[in-house]
Design a protein around this ligand. Structure first.
Ligand code: MLT
Length: 207
């Protein structure tokens, strides 16, 4: 049985078709990424979700068994739940569920990534800050038919993410048909101005 997710929905002032879907990191909430969204302009609706899994009081989008070790069964379920929730909400709030660009940080980037893999044509684009490959095994039957643009940025000195694993993840997404731009920055896990600047440039070009 699916549960609801807490959310903030802000329709764009001018009528627009795109919706930016904000997905926070572990311990965050639906308010965290609102300031980041401002850098991308205001020509889109904003839908910001709060993960409905709690890790010792910290909101997350799915369970994990340890640092970087995901409960893949829960992740698959939470991904279904989130997509179902967004589709229902699109009807209720009157936005186009076919024009959603995810923007996720860390744990939020990881459920955005599982959405790309589980529903390859659902998102119209994705910005993934500090992502990890969400599932260990990715079926070769994952196919994106729209060359959906995906932006990724990772930190070379991030202790939680293995750069070699990132290379493999990028390869998986490219093979599935996604149009991936990936950046390896000289930084760690925290979000930097450079992540924002690069993703804003990417957004202007691809969305
Ligand atoms: C995750 O659990 O999704 C990753 O380890 C990132 C994070 O710390 O949230």
């Amino acid at each position: 049985n699916y549960s609801e997710l807490k959310y903030i929905y802000q329709p764009a002032e001018t009528k627009t078709q795109n919706t930016l879907l904000l997905l926070h990191g572990t311990g965050g909430d639906e308010n965290d990424l609102l300031p980041i969204a401002k850098y991308f302009g205001d020509n889109f609706n904003i839908l910001s979700l709060r993960g409905n899994v709690s890790e010792g009081g910290m909101p997350r989008f799915f369970k994990r068994l340890g640092m970087g070790i995901f409960d893949e069964k829960d992740l698959a379920f939470r991904t279904d739940e989130m997509v179902h929730f967004i589709k229902d909400l699109a009807v209720k709030e009157n936005f186009d569920a076919g024009k959603i660009i995810a923007l996720g940080y860390s744990n939020g980037a990881n459920i955005a990534g599982s959405t790309l893999l589980q529903y390859p044509d659902f998102l119209a684009g994705a910005i993934l800050y500090r992502p990890m490959q969400p599932f260990k095994e990715i079926s070769a039957t994952v196919v994106n038919t729209k060359k959906t643009p995906v932006f990724m940025s990772n930190g070379a000195s991030d202790p939680t993410i293995d750069p070699a694993a990132t290379v493999r993840y990028v390869d998986v997404l490219k093979k599935a048909g996604f149009d991936v731009a990936d950046y390896n920055l000289q930084t760690s896990h925290g979000l930097t101005q450079q992540d924002i600047q690069l993703s804003v440039e990417w957004f202007k070009k691809h969305i």
